[in-house]
Write a new protein. Structure first.
Lengths: 337, 396, 337
């Protein structure tokens, strides 16, 4: 794998506001290849969405500022690129869909028009050509009667259909990377499954890479090839899906696993639930950001920021004691209540 | 969509009756005012004569009957009763006549077979009834006429004529003001929102905040002085003397020059509101998710602004400006008074000073009617502007 | 970690949770017996702690609002005390003595007459100060009337949905259809000049302003009615009126206060317009609008006569608006219309 499709390297982006510096993205790294699916997991406020938005150039640059690091798409830096250049990639080779389909579609334009728009801008199609293609796209995402539905307005669509339309819109220009930011959170459970299925189908057909951002581990368990767990803007753990699920390294990941309602993947009964709230990104705790909520935190955790270390292959975590078997055993014994 | 329109129309009906009822109550039962004097002028009347006039004006009948009569012309009195400087001694049969299209009145006495009937309540004044037709059903007769607002006390003309002559001026003024408001208000609002917190934004926000607190007529006076005296040399005396009456006096300038200052004055406060609303609406829209989607699709910033954002933000703004047009017609009275612009407002003001009540009442009524109709039209137009209403969510 | 003791009755613990009253000795939630007085105490304490105390603190931080408040206090004090001192310092502001007029007409600004004299030789500054009385009185009294009527009708509409509510709402529609000024002009024009004066002005402005307050209060009543502690109050038999006064009013009053403050500015502008047309304050009484009326005739020769009262109006109206804005932020009121 000489050249990755997308390569994020120590990407760091802070917001400089009147109330302080918000460390939204703090040293995130990962790679993405063609056809691969990356699951980015974390609570709200973990920076998982902001990372993607930064790459897409959708963050307002004051007050935001990329402090260091880079994100390369097809070898070109998205960060240092000129805005006009980035705009040509956005919606074209890299596309994004968002959480709430209700509010993410413009209420005063017909759905067909909105789906066709990227084709007109990026591929130079005429309005009628784009409109025809839009109908095809709507059909592709499973919307019945697409010729008629394309003439409808968003408020005439149901929630699930709206999200399908969003997907159609994102796929219009055959993007190499599709970023899905919590695509199913605002939908009800049965529709969620349909949308996930649809995305997998489309991925098989088009071969595009997907970044699936979610707080729901159940969603990525199926779909993702790799998982990045984020906490307080920093990467907590990264690795292949099986590795992360069956041999989690970071105490935060342990906590997340335990909160899965349906799966019962882990046999270790000594894992315990995480209490507390995610930290404010303006006042990130000293040392390891997770230490206030970590039941196993030591003094070292409070003072020293753990660097992200590879433990095995591509699987790594940012914890001083990651992969330390004595430590894991000690936790297993001491915490049971 | 039709449901929406229907609902609006249905809501309009009680409002219409409510408003006319309030007007009626003011005309007949305002505490402190003498209904006879309002209709006949202020002169001393001995009790006998007064009682006769009361009877002839129909002021001794039950209030609902009077209300019905009132609705028939929306005027304070019916011309057939009033004859100007003297009330005839004839107590004979009165034909209660006059309708506005499709509103009923009762008719007593002999009903002419067909066609319009004419009355001469006073020399020089001919009133015609049933001009648009007549329909008899038993004791009820429907007569269809254009709107009648009574006769002036001292000008010897029907109020309708006076207002008809004045209306084009007011309309012209309001139109000019609206155009100014649209261009400047919307423009300033957009710039202010797009370049938030910039110098321009601060200027707009500050000046609109102050303008909203300025008495419109004071602004007019100041402008008049500013351009008429201070800058007299610069503007060649164009604004020194406001026009007197219709064609202006000996003026070296085309009439539209005289429109400039009044239009600016009338537009000023409204423009401030429009700019603020445009700004806040646009800011709100720019924060919406679908704008983020548009950006994510790779649209250029100007395309995002003009194609996606403004189209959404404009809907309430357009509605506001539409309603404002009605408000301008109403508020023109102050501006016209300052600049002596011969519109409806001026006519009303002169009538107030001259105590010519039918003109005051008729003028206010006419403006109210227009405002109500404009508001209704704007309300209904909203259905066409917002696709969410135009196409009811049926396919869910 | 101690949890709430759920042995206590449901209503009580909810009240405690909402108002957070704690027993000072044990630190546990204090639950005194539920009597009516205590109910009110809870409500009042909650209102006191969360609304007024905080509000005052927040208001103090808003410099613009404080400046506005200072100006308004100056105006108010001058208005209230005008009778006592204006005559002595500036000469009789109402005089129509023609001998005096000939002597002092149109004097230039000087130490004794800081902004000159008018066509009757009266000191303009003195008249402006004196005029504050009538203008303020009209503003405050008219809004007061609107508020009282509005509160009454709004409460009725909120408490008795159905016919009563519908009727009152229709009435607001009807009154809102009137352009403000026209209505007042009509009423005042129909009155013979002898009857005109400050009373009718106040009444006509006040009688037209109630719909907004009624709608506002009705909204508050409707939303507060949903609240649990009102139900709890009802459960112990508090009457409608009592509920209204003790529970609903403190919470619902905030938007009313804000809107009332801002409305005073509008009332002052309306008074100015009416007096300018000759329908309001009658000579020799003074108000700012009245001064504008007299000044307008001399605008081309002596613009200062109209300029200063206009400026006074602008400053005062702006002050009321700023104060209203400040109150809205301080009371954290979200007003929907």
């Amino acid at each position: 794998m000489a050249d990755h499709l997308l390569e994020v390297d120590d990407l760091t982006m802070y917001f400089h506001t009147r109330d302080g510096v918000v460390k939204a993205v703090d040293g995130v790294s990962y790679t993405l290849d063609k056809g691969e699916t990356l699951g980015v997991v974390g609570e709200s406020g973990s920076g998982k969405s902001v990372t993607a938005l930064t790459m897409m150039g959708l963050i307002q640059m004051p007050p935001g500022k990329v402090e260091k690091g880079d994100a390369k798409f097809k070898g070109r830096s998205l960060i240092t690129m000129k805005p006009e250049e980035l705009r040509k990639i956005r919606g074209n080779e890299m596309a994004m869909i968002f959480q709430d389909p209700m509010t993410s579609l413009n209420p005063v334009y017909r759905v067909g028009h909105q789906v066709a728009e990227p084709l007109v801008i990026h591929k130079g199609l005429s309005k009628s050509e784009a409109a025809t293609r839009a109908v095809e796209l709507l059909r592709l995402v499973g919307i019945p009667n697409p010729e008629d539905r394309a003439k409808d307005y968003p408020h005439q669509f149901s929630g699930g259909m709206r999200q399908r339309a969003m997907i159609a819109m994102a796929l219009a220009c055959d993007p190499d990377v599709l970023i899905a930011d919590e695509p199913t959170t605002a939908l009800d459970v049965t529709i969620q499954a349909q949308i996930i299925e649809l995305m997998q189908e489309l991925q098989q057909r088009t071969g595009s890479a997907i970044i699936m951002i979610t707080h729901d581990l159940g969603v990525v368990a199926d779909m993702a090839d790799r998982i990045l767990v984020m906490y307080a803007g920093r990467p907590a753990e990264y690795g292949k899906t099986d590795e992360v699920f069956y041999h989690p390294l970071h105490p935060y990941t342990w906590g997340l696993m335990d909160s899965i309602p349906t799966h019962n993947l882990v046999e270790k009964s000594e894992l315990c639930p995480i209490k507390g709230q995610p930290p404010s990104l303006v006042n990130v705790p000293s040392g390891c950001a997770f230490h206030p909520r970590c039941p196993y935190a030591t003094d070292r955790c409070k003072s020293e920021i753990p660097a992200f270390r590879i433990i095995e292959g591509t699987h790594g975590a940012a914890c001083h004691y990651a992969g330390d078997p004595d430590f894991v055993r000690a936790c297993a014994v001491g915490v049971d209540e | 969509m039709f449901q929406y329109i229907l609902r609006r129309l249905l809501q309009f009906i009680p409002v219409f009756f409510g408003v006319t009822l309030v007007l009626f109550l003011i005309a007949h039962y305002l505490p402190g005012a003498d209904p006879v004097q309002l209709r006949v002028g202020e002169k001393a009347l001995d009790p006998e004569r007064k009682a006769l006039i009361v009877h002839q004006l129909g002021l001794d009948r039950p209030w609902y009957v009077q209300y019905g009569d009132y609705l028939s012309g929306l005027s304070m009195i019916h011309p057939v009763y009033y004859d100007g400087s003297e009330i005839t001694g004839d107590k004979g049969v009165r034909a209660e006549v006059g309708t506005i299209a499709a509103i009923v009145t009762r008719v007593q006495g002999d009903v002419p077979a067909g066609g319009a009937t004419t009355y001469t309540p006073r020399s020089g004044v001919i009133v015609s009834r049933g001009q648009w037709g007549r329909l008899a059903l038993g004791r009820l007769t429907f007569e269809f006429d254009p709107l009648d607002l009574g006769n002036s006390l001292y000008q010897g003309r029907p109020v309708r004529d006076i207002l008809g002559q004045a209306y084009p001026y007011t309309f012209e003024l309001a139109l000019a003001a609206i155009i100014l408001e649209i261009i400047i208000g919307i423009g300033a609002g957009i710039v202010s929102a797009v370049k938030q917190y910039s110098f321009w934004d601060i200027v707009v926000t500050l000046s609109t905040s102050i303008l909203v607190s300025v008495p419109v007529f004071w602004l007019g006076l100041m402008l008049q002085y500013l351009f008429g005296i201070w800058l007299k040399k610069l503007t060649g005396g164009a604004f020194y003397l406001p026009p007197m009456g219709a064609g202006g006096t000996s003026s070296n300038f085309p009439t539209w020059v005289y429109l400039i200052l009044p239009a600016i004055t009338l537009a000023s406060v409204s423009t401030a509101y429009a700019a603020r609303i445009m700004r806040s609406q646009l800011l709100e829209v720019l924060g919406q998710d679908y704008i983020r989607t548009a950006r994510a699709k790779g649209l250029s910033p100007s395309a995002v602004l003009w194609k996606h954002a403004i189209k959404n933000a404009m809907i309430p703004v357009v509605t506001f400006i539409g309603l404002d047009f009605g408000a301008m017609l109403a508020g023109a009275i102050l501006t016209e008074t300052v600049f002596n612009w011969p519109g409806v407002g001026s006519a009303i003001y002169k009538a107030i000073v001259g105590r010519d009540f039918p003109i005051v009442f008729g003028g206010v009524t006419a403006i109210l009617l227009v405002v109500m109709i404009v508001n209704l039209a704007v309300d209904i137009s909203y259905a066409f502007l917002d696709p969410r209403i135009r196409y009811d969510a049926g396919g869910e | 970690m101690a949890e709430h003791d759920h042995k206590r009755p449901h209503d009580e613990s909810r009240l405690v949770q909402e108002h957070g009253v704690r027993d000072s000795r044990s630190g546990l939630p204090a639950v005194p017996p539920i009597t009516e007085e205590v109910q009110h105490l809870h409500g009042d304490i909650a209102a006191g702690r969360t609304l007024w105390g905080d509000a005052w603190r927040r208001l103090r931080r808003n410099r613009l609002a404080l400046v506005a408040l200072a100006w308004l206090l100056i105006v108010l004090v001058s208005a209230l005390t005008a009778d006592l001192w204006v005559g002595k310092v500036f000469g009789d502001p109402k005089t129509t003595n023609s001998a005096l007029a000939m002597k002092n007409q149109y004097l230039e600004p000087s130490l004794t007459h800081p902004i000159g004299t008018d066509d009757f030789g009266r000191d303009v500054l003195g008249r402006v100060i004196y005029g504050a009385r009538a203008s303020l009185m009209v503003g405050v009294a008219a809004v007061g009337i609107s508020v009282i009527i509005g509160l009454l009708l709004g409460a009725l509409a909120g408490f008795y949905p159905g016919v009563v509510d519908a009727l009152i709402m229709r009435a607001t529609d009807i009154f809102l259809a009137f352009p403000y000024i026209l209505f007042c002009i009509l009423i005042l024009a129909m009155l013979p000049p002898t009857v005109r004066g400050i009373g009718p002005v106040i009444l006509s402005i006040g009688l037209l302003g109630w719909p907004s307050f009624a709608r506002l209060f009705r909204g508050s009543v409707l939303s507060v009615k949903e609240n649990d502690y009102v139900d709890a109050g009802r459960a112990i038999g508090a009457s409608d009126a009592r509920l209204m006064f003790r529970h609903i009013l403190p919470n619902a009053i905030a938007p009313i206060i804000v809107y009332a403050t801002m409305s005073v500015g509008g009332a002052i502008l309306t008074e100015a317009a009416l007096s300018y047309l000759g329908l309001g304050i009658q000579p020799p009484e003074i108000s700012w609008g009245r001064m504008l009326n007299e000044g307008s005739r001399l605008i081309m020769s002596h613009p200062s006569l109209a300029f200063w009262p206009g400026l006074a109006i602008i400053c005062t109206v702006v002050a009321f608006t700023l104060l209203g804005d400040g109150l809205r932020d301080a009371l954290d009121v979200k007003m929907k219309d």
